[in-house]
Write a protein that binds this ligand. Structure first.
Ligand code: SAH
Ligand code: SF4
Ligand code: F3S
Length: 457
């Protein structure tokens, strides 16, 4: 029988997609690509999971607790199947890539999953859904050497209209020994600048005032330009974007300390709209640990990079990532991490307990030998110290005036608005009818360890 009636009803009722994202900014940026692909196939995004015909979880594998959060969410979704027999549930992203077909095993995932798609398989999603609709399970976890989704326009479905991400490269080949990302995201590849620059321009014209250029290590951005016969590197790219959109702020994440070049520092210093904020994950202050992590720099060379930043851009904030309790970490190693934190005086840090990940070089080569309670205690010491450093850094801002980009109402009080300064610190001040996306000069009067509080001047 020909499904004419089905075709007509499909036309009348747009199918609804619900997508939930876990993990890093790159994954959020990928979800915008997924929505673009699904829109082109006639799907409309919904923020009500109960209305969804298709549910995608775009997942993260970086630590065990990231995966546990996804499993918890999958179990919560189980009851939705009872009311909607044709509901399609798909797992996308890094966990899909890491776990592959094992996710299709109901005892493993705790729920029947119809579709598993790795980070380079998103163009195939509409076809995969059709396979599911015809009664098959669908899986595509093939990693690509070239895919950058460069021709697609991300749908910024959950944007505040002020800040947007642009993914400029994919994959990672640094092989830090603890990390799943090289396995989950594959070969490092850069995106054609002739697609990045127009996207930044378009965002600016649409009213966006802040763009974050994303890659696992943006400093390795590299594009061989076939026409001009030259290589375009990250400092050149960021200068181009900063020049085109002078009243749009440019941020970038993440920089690997081993290749944060003087050229990039000079590019930042030369453009006031490239933000005075560098995220430079150090992971540990011990050279022995850094070596086992395969980070390819030492505490001394890290400090040298910090000195170079501070010399060229004195008002630059430096933020970091730290892992507590990596394989073989001694008390002395831990003390060196605390010392490095104090020496740098980080403005902010993301801090984690080491989580052994299956298939990583560390899992294969080093025993996960720091006891859990020691990892926990060291992490607590790191967090406590960072809170103190953040508070001290914020106290130094009291009395200063910053240009703040307004993002929206403050969470705590509807009388106030919140925005960020160039250093990426959250600033709260009295709302006098400011629209999101406007710049306001704000004098800082007080602070907590997380927020600056001030008044417009
Ligand atoms: N590409 C970025 C970060 C990727 S993951 C970079 O190189 O900086 C973000 C952070 O998660 C890492 O910087 C690291 O601090 C943390 N991380 C990664 N793998 C981890 C693991 N196995 N256990 C604990 N933290 C981890
Ligand atoms: Fe992971 Fe290292 Fe690559 Fe960052 S640079 S994604 S920590 S392997
Ligand atoms: Fe990001 Fe997590 Fe993948 S940190 S790259 S979503 S493993």
């Amino acid at each position: 029988m020909k499904p004419i009636a089905v075709n007509i009803s499909n036309k009348q009722m747009t199918k609804k997609l619900f997508i939930e994202t876990f993990g890093c900014q790159m994954n959020f940026s990928d979800s915008e690509i997924v929505v673009s692909i699904m829109n082109d196939d006639g799907y409309e995004i919904t923020d009500d999971v109960f209305l969804a015909d298709v549910i995608f979880l775009n997942t993260c594998s970086v630590r065990d607790n990231a995966e546990q959060r996804v499993f918890k969410r999958l179990r919560e979704l189980k009851s939705l199947r009872k009311n909607n027999l044709s509901l399609v549930i798909g797992v996308l992203g890094c966990m899909a890539e890491r776990m592959k077909e094992s996710l299709l095993d109901e005892p493993v995932s705790g729920i029947r999953i119809d579709l598993v798609a790795g980070p380079d398989a998103y163009r195939d999603l509409p076809e995969m859904i059709r396979d599911v609709e015809s009664g098959q399970k669908a899986i595509n976890v093939i990693l690509s050497m070239e895919e950058t989704y460069a021709d697609l326009t991300p749908v910024r479905y959950s944007s505040n209209g002020v800040s947007a991400f642009i993914t400029i490269m994919r994959g990672c080949e640094n092989f830090c020994s603890y990390c799943v990302v090289p396995g989950a995201r594959g070969k490092e590849r850069s995106r054609d600048p002739d697609t990045i620059i127009p996207e930044a321009k378009q965002l600016y014209e649409q009213g966006f005032r802040e763009t974050t250029l994303l890659g696992q290590n943006v400093n390795s951005y590299r594009w061989e330009c076939p026409v001009a016969g030259r290589t375009i590197t990250f400092p050149y790219l960021i200068e181009q974007i900063a020049g085109i959109c002078p009243s749009m702020r440019i941020r970038f994440a993440t920089s690997h300390p081993k290749d944060l070049s003087d050229e990039l520092i000079e590019a930042i210093a030369a453009h006031s709209n490239i933000c005075r904020s560098i995220h430079l994950p150090v992971q540990s202050g011990s050279n022995a640990v850094l070596k086992r992590m395969n980070r390819k720099y030492t505490a001394e060379s890290y400090m040298e990079r910090i000195a170079a930043i501070r010399k060229a851009i004195p008002q630059c904030a430096v933020t970091t990532d730290i892992i507590a309790g990596f394989c073989g970490e001694t008390e002395e190693d831990h003390q060196q991490t605390l010392k490095l934190m104090k020496d740098v005086k980080f403005d902010f840090a993301y801090m984690f307990r080491y989580s052994e990940r299956p298939g990583t070089p560390a899992e294969k080569s080093y025993p996960d030998d720091v006891p859990d309670d020691t990892k926990k205690r060291r992490l607590e010491e790191i967090i406590r110290l960072q809170q103190k450093l953040s508070h001290e850094s914020n106290k130094l801002d009291i009395g200063r005036v910053f240009e703040v980009l307004v993002e929206g109402p403050s969470k705590r009080s509807s009388d106030n608005v919140m925005g960020r300064n160039s250093q990426n610190k959250v600033v709260v001040f009295k709302d006098e009818g400011y629209k999101p996306g406007t710049y306001v000069k704000v004098k800082i009067n007080e602070c907590t360890s997380a927020t600056l509080i001030g008044e417009a001047v």
